[in-house]
Design a protein around this ligand. Structure first.
Ligand SMILES: Nc1nc2c([nH]c(=O)n2[C@H]2C[C@H](O)[C@@H](COP(=O)(O)OP(=O)(O)OP(=O)(O)O)O2)c(=O)[nH]1
Length: 314
């Protein structure tokens, strides 16, 4: 049987995170393929095991820690000359014991924005990028609040740690939208936050920020716009697949729960949301009827985080 016909090797990989945002990487020991390369702790899923069970077993064997809290995150298929793998990433936020190198491997705590270790396994580049995204994504609501109040709230939220903002004002005349976009871009830049402009690739380019595109726009695109961050609004499996195919960095899947803006509209609900995102290779934010304290619930269902509109500015 050639490698191409062989079933993919399922691998459970752990992003073991400390509250300061640093996470643990391990250097593959001598004797393994890619010895000397850095990876997230973990290993192959054995027959009869779920990915989560493999994660718990591997972390006990490799590091001597007992996992007490882990969220399913993203999955990534990658073809090495030696193996075709499907990497199932978890974000481990709770454990007992201090990680120890039980297999003689070197360990290092590092950061997504400045990984201090190299080389990192080739499959893991997009993973570090995904890790640099915060867990809360705030969508603007200036039409509702009025521009002045919105900007004031934005200042407060940025000062409180908000790091990802989408400017989406569908009914605003384009000149007003552009002026607001400049004001918001300046504030986000000063705070070190990412800004994604909804729908307008040229404006995003002119401001040097990212873009967030609606599902209809994705259908018309032939390739990913060349911008730092490209987000995609999705509502079903087909739209998620399209966003992945075109190289979106993140998706927003909605509506999870009923919203005030669309009363009576059909919703996904958490079980369907979890099904849709279960094998997503890109981070997916849950949107629709959520508040910041739904973050844990959303992550338990496989979301990267929550996207908030009304609740972001209260
Ligand atoms: N653990 C881990 N493996 C990764 C990552 N990225 C990545 O491409 N891989 C690949 C490398 C390997 O081909 C495969 C993991 O297999 P492994 O050999 O480390 O698994 P294992 O610990 O069960 O080892 P063994 O049974 O071969 O001793 O997944 C990662 O971040 N963590």
């Amino acid at each position: 049987m050639s490698l191409r016909d062989a079933p993919r090797t399922e691998v459970a990989a752990a992003v073991i995170e400390r509250p300061d945002g640093s996470f643990l990487m391990a250097c593959r020991p001598e004797g393994k393929a890619y010895a000397g390369w850095w990876e997230f702790p973990g290993g192959k899923v054995e027959a009869g095991e779920t990915a989560r069970e493999a994660l718990v077993r591997e972390l006990e064997e490799e590091l001597g820690i007992a996992v007490t809290g882990a969220y399913p995150w993203i999955s990534r298929c990658y073809d090495y000359p030696h193996a075709q793998v499907n990497l199932r990433f978890f974000r481990v936020t709770g454990w007992q014991g201090e990680p120890q190198p039980h297999e003689g491997q070197q360990l290092a705590w590092t950061h997504a924005s400045r990984p201090e270790v190299e080389p990192i396994l080739p499959a893991n580049g997009p993973i570090l990028r995904g890790l640099s995204l915060p867990l809360v994504y705030a969508i603007s609501d200036a039409e509702n609040l009025g521009v002045d109040i919105f900007l004031k709230r934005l200042d407060e939220r940025l000062a409180a740690g908000l790091r990802l903002v989408q400017l989406r004002e569908k009914a605003m005349p384009s000149r007003d939208f552009e002026a607001l976009a400049r004001a918001v871009a300046e504030r986000c830049r000063a705070a070190g936050a990412q800004l994604l402009i909804n729908g307008d690739i040229e404006l995003a380019r002119a401001l040097g920020v990212g873009v967030h595109l609606g599902s209809k726009q994705w259908l018309e695109l032939k390739q990913r716009p060349e911008l730092s961050w490209v987000g995609a609004s999705c509502h079903d499996a087909g739209e998620l697949a399209r966003a992945v195919e075109l190289g979106a960095d993140l998706a927003v899947l909605s509506p999870v729960l009923p919203t005030a803006s669309h009363p009576g509209a059909p919703t996904l609900g958490w079980p369907r949301f979890a099904e849709l995102v279960a094998h997503s290779p890109i981070p997916v934010f849950a949107l629709g009827g959520l508040a910041e304290n739904d973050l844990d619930l959303a992550r338990r269902h496989g979301a990267h985080g929550v996207a908030l509109k009304g609740w972001a500015w209260r």
